[in-house]
Design a protein around this ligand. Structure first.
Ligand code: SF4
Length: 153
């Protein structure tokens, strides 16, 4: 990933960066932004570019699935049966005291998600997004049709 190049191309008006898979490789750790001697908001720019990409339905299937899982469960990575069993073997409750244990909290999250239009953005357009994701410039051997395994009950 070359963040500097992505931002430079974007500043030049090259909107092909929105369909470049490199845009999605940043883990948004903020290390570069916090250490930039010129106070360039690098990570914020990456996030802004991603927002623009998603509005054009340019999102990787893995991220789309994660977004839809967030809407469904209140977690990007929800607990699964394996971790529920592990928790119980340690004497813990089956689910952590997160949204998994609070239907009210899940309702609040969904209300928030709906109020900002996130569900419309990623929830209803699966087929369109999937077809457009074929236009994302892949730089690795990632299979764009690979399904994320979720064992959420
Ligand atoms: S936020 Fe972290 S992962 Fe993203 S470009 Fe900066 S240093 Fe790299």
């Amino acid at each position: 990933m070359n963040t500097r190049r992505i931002i430079h191309r974007a500043l030049e008006g090259d909107d092909s960066v929105l369909s470049n898979q490199q845009l999605w490789l940043c883990s948004t750790c903020y290390a570069c932004q916090e250490n930039c001697p010129h106070l360039v908001p690098i990570t914020d720019i990456i996030i802004k570019l991603r927002n623009m990409a998603v509005r054009r339905n340019l999102i990787l299937p893995e991220h789309l699935e994660l977004a839809r899982t967030l809407i469904k469960t209140g977690h990007g990575v929800p607990i699964n049966k394996l971790f529920q069993k592990l928790r119980q073997s340690l004497g813990l409750s089956k689910n952590p005291s997160t949204v998994h244990s609070s239907p009210d909290a899940l309702r609040e999250i969904r209300t928030l998600i709906h109020s900002v239009g996130f569900d419309d953005l990623v929830g209803e357009k699966t087929e369109e997004i999937k077809s457009k994701s074929d236009n994302i410039e892949c730089i690795s051997e990632v299979d764009p049709d690979q399904e994320m395994e979720i064992n959420y009950e």
